[in-house]
Design a protein around this ligand. Structure first.
Ligand code: CO
Length: 282
């Protein structure tokens, strides 16, 4: 029997314009999640947009620093970023590439722009880990642009699938995630519409970084994040040539106790993270 699926389109419940800040050694960036307007969106703890063609804004990079209890996802649009950690893992994220790093029980790493001029642009997203996996062994999933599939749709719409599977079956290279999440980079020409199911139990956001779009009657301009409300699908209509991230994740619904680069469930675990780091036990 043919069953008609009636979707409930998710409304926009909050628009975040971001908060200009600096991190690492003076890297200028815009914080969309993890700032005062939106401290977290379970399971996401942070979203930064860094983009500048002025090396003074980024050349200091992120010298060695620790992480414990979550994952960092770096997706680079322009430029190159060299990374290295205290376990000897190193490499370069090239433009169009992604690094999905599970810090787990702890790593100390550096993230340094490799170029001395030109545009550097990209995003860093932090995905929380559930209590049972916060102390897992660190691991990496790294893919260059050539390994990230592009799903072409009608009217020039194109979806780069970094993690998760689209309704049309395109599957991203980042897999076996502890915290289920999808990460799509979507290009929408002016006048085009993008529609996609987003599982009802997930939290989801759209971050527009070029052009402007309408979602549920709200106009969302470039460099704004739209937090999506309850529903099982998203509908995005581009007013001008646009590009955006659509990210969704299964909420953990656990206590979050964060201190800088450590995100744990209790104050005692946070104190332990600081003392383990100071004692060189990462
Ligand atoms: Co880091």
């Amino acid at each position: 029997m043919d069953q008609k699926v009636i979707h409930t389109i998710r409304p926009v419940v909050q628009v975040v314009h971001g908060h200009e800040t600096a991190d690492g050694d003076g890297v200028r960036l815009t914080r969309l999640i993890g700032g005062p307007a939106l401290p977290q969106l379970d399971p996401f703890l942070l979203l930064d947009d860094f983009r500048s063609d002025d090396p003074d804004d980024y050349i200091g990079g992120f010298p060695p620093h620790p992480h414990r209890g979550f994952e960092t996802v770096t997706y680079l649009l322009h430029g190159r970023m060299r990374h290295g950690d205290n376990a000897g893992h190193s490499g370069v994220i090239e433009h169009g590439g992604v690094q999905w790093m599970t810090a787990g029980r702890g790593i100390v790493h550096s993230e340094m722009p490799e170029q001395e001029d030109g545009l550097l642009a990209g995003f860093q997203l932090w995905v929380n880990l559930p209590a049972a996996h916060k102390m897992m062994a660190p691991r990496y999933q790294e893919f260059g642009a050539e390994n990230i599939p592009l799903e072409p749709r009608e009217d020039g719409v194109a979806v780069k699938v970094i993690a998760g599977t689209t309704s049309r079956g395109t599957r991203g290279p980042v897999r076996d995630l502890i915290t289920p999440a999808s990460y799509f980079d979507i290009t929408l020409p002016a006048g085009a519409t993008f529609e996609e199911p987003v599982a009802v139990e997930r939290n989801a956001f759209v971050y527009v970084f070029a052009g402007d779009v309408h979602i549920g009657g709200r106009r969302i301009e470039a460099f704004s994040l739209a937090l999506l409300g309850a529903g099982d699908a998203v509908e995005i209509a581009a007013t001008s040539d646009s590009r955006l991230l659509l990210v969704s994740g299964a909420p953990l619904r656990e206590p979050v106790v964060r201190g800088g680069p450590f995100v744990m469930n209790t104050e005692a675990e946070l104190r332990q993270a600081y003392s383990d780091y100071r004692a060189g036990n990462f």
